[in-house]
Design a protein around this ligand. Structure first.
Ligand code: CTP
Ligand SMILES: C[C@](O)(CO)[C@H](O)COP(=O)(O)O
Length: 252
């Protein structure tokens, strides 16, 4: 006999609570010497605070777990106390690990039981618009086990045979129209993401590829130009220009 009081899977997903894990424990070697990347300022405000505000701007997000540099959890807690953040969102800070993958896993370990949708968002993508965050959550609510925002590529991509210090031979040219540059936040059914992190042991560069390795389909939604990753010094210039344009458009 069916239990009429039990919600259907679709109802359960519609009511599922959403948490975000923000890996922010990287050093930012490619950005050059200085503080850990997430703590560096963009127009006077730490990159991490911009990234947290971008996530908490979604009304669906009720918990943000920040994964701080391994010896920087205290400093990150103080930063959160010192900046205005939405009151409807709770915040937890945990120390991170040696790799992004390890940092995300440490963030997942800190999640309370009552969150069934989890987003993973790089602190290094501080300017992602809220519509992109909401589109990712919506696609998980619609039943996808894993969702990535992504954009078509502007450049042609070549696969090479790496040969440090030598001219590298090209071995293939993938068809550009089939390629996408993947951003964050990436969204997941929580149980799927945890299984992926328990199963995949080799180093990967994003969480969705672990879900692919489980044999599940990862769905793409449109990404956004402003969700770019601050990786090299020129990206700081672009990020500050985007913030200046937003201030102008907002009229203050
Ligand atoms: N041990 C690590 C390494 C990276 N990250 C986070 O993963 C995201 C994406 O990583 P990336 O942009 O490569 O940051 P870094 O590792 O800091 O950069 P780099 O490789 O230049 O040192 C960032 O928000 C970064 O803080 C993390 O939480 N823990
Ligand atoms: C997760 C990611 O941002 C998707 O593009 C990217 O793979 C992170 O790579 P990084 O080398 O850790 O910056």
């Amino acid at each position: 006999m069916s239990d009429v009081s039990r919600p259907s899977p679709a109802q359960a997903r519609a009511e599922a609570r959403t948490a975000v894990v923000i890996p922010a424990a990287g050093r930012g070697v490619r950005l050059g010497p200085g503080a850990p990347k997430a703590l560096r300022a963009l127009n006077g405000t730490p990159m991490l605070i911009h990234a947290i505000r971008a996530m908490a701007a979604s009304r669906a997000v009720s918990l943000v777990v920040v994964v701080a540099p391994p010896d920087g959890a205290g400093e990150v807690k103080s930063l959160l106390d010192a900046h205005a953040l939405p009151e409807r969102t709770d915040f937890v800070v945990v120390p991170g690990g040696e790799s992004r993958q390890e940092s995300v896993r440490l963030g997942l370990d800190a999640l309370p039981d009552d969150f069934d949708i989890v987003l993973v968002h790089d602190a290094a993508r501080p300017l992602v618009p809220v519509d992109t965050v909401d589109a990712v959550i919506e696609a998980v609510r619609d039943g996808a086990p894993a969702v990535v925002p992504a954009l078509p590529l502007a450049d042609t991509v070549k696969e090479v045979e790496p040969a440090p210090g030598e001219p590298e031979p090209v071995v293939a040219t993938p068809v550009r129209a089939r390629l996408r540059a993947v951003q964050t936040p990436q969204g997941f059914d929580r149980a799927t993401l945890i299984r992926a992190h328990e199963t995949v042991t080799e180093d990967v560069t994003d969480d969705a590829s672990m879900v692919e390795q489980l044999g599940l389909t990862v769905v793409v939604v449109p990404g956004h130009e402003e969700a770019f990753k601050v990786t090299r010094p020129l990206d700081l210039v672009l990020a500050e220009a985007v913030l200046a344009r937003r201030r102008l458009n907002d009229g203050f």
